[in-house]
Design a protein around this ligand. Structure first.
Ligand SMILES: [Ca+2]
Ligand SMILES: [Ca+2]
Length: 201
């Protein structure tokens, strides 16, 4: 009798509030936070964070990284953009440079992986290996090497446990791409990046 009334109560609530079911489905589907799709062709990123290129030694004109928005969206969105990174770490001096993007203290604890799309530029040439880093608010760089780049878009998903030096996932500071004269071969080239996201796999 008691069980029957519970079932009755449940059926009545679902009849009266079908949105209870819908709300749960939406929650399950929303387990991705897009940090940057670059589709406005401008700064900031989707969470209000600034981004740009950096260079170990801006006075050394033989090394640099520069960013441009290109209409080659990773998801095939016709109005969209990807970000192109032209790099040069071919220098008589120690060389490294790349791309930085602020994560604005975002809480990453609902997620467990970083994902993004990447490809190389066939015309200019590109490194098959590239280092990425995540930093929490302590600003300690936690590196991970992405390998196997081709001239076609690939989705890369890196589980958070690969970023061993991130200690506080509740407040993230920065995502960084690093070109250096050890990992980058050839030492000049261009890659594209798009759809940087935190995901729950
Ligand atoms: Ca895009
Ligand atoms: Ca150079």
């Amino acid at each position: 009798m008691r069980m029957n009334s519970m079932i009755l109560a449940l059926s009545v609530s679902l009849f009266l509030f079908p949105s209870l079911l819908v709300a749960q489905e939406e929650e399950a589907a929303a387990e991705e936070l897009v940090i940057a799709d670059f589709d406005t062709g401008d700064k900031p990123n989707n969470i209000g964070g600034d981004f740009g290129s950096w260079d170990k030694d801006p006075n050394d004109e033989t090394q640099f990284c520069q960013t441009t928005f290109e209409t080659q969206d990773a998801l095939g969105n016709e109005g969209g953009y990807a970000l192109r990174l032209d790099y040069d770490v071919d220098s008589p001096n120690p060389a490294y440079n790349g791309f930085w993007m602020k994560l604005n203290g975002e809480d990453a604890t609902p997620y467990n992986a970083l994902s993004f799309y990447v490809k190389g530029d066939a015309e200019k040439g590109f490194t098959k290996r590239v280092k990425i880093e995540l930093k929490d608010m302590s600003n300690t760089a936690s590196p991970y090497i992405v390998t196997g780049l081709t001239d076609q878009w690939q989705k890369i998903t890196v589980p958070f446990e690969k970023f061993r030096r991130v200690s506080d996932w509740s407040a993230m500071n920065e995502f960084v791409v690093v070109f250096d004269d050890i990992n980058s071969s050839p030492k000049t080239g261009a890659i594209y990046i798009d759809q940087v996201a935190l995901t729950k796999e």
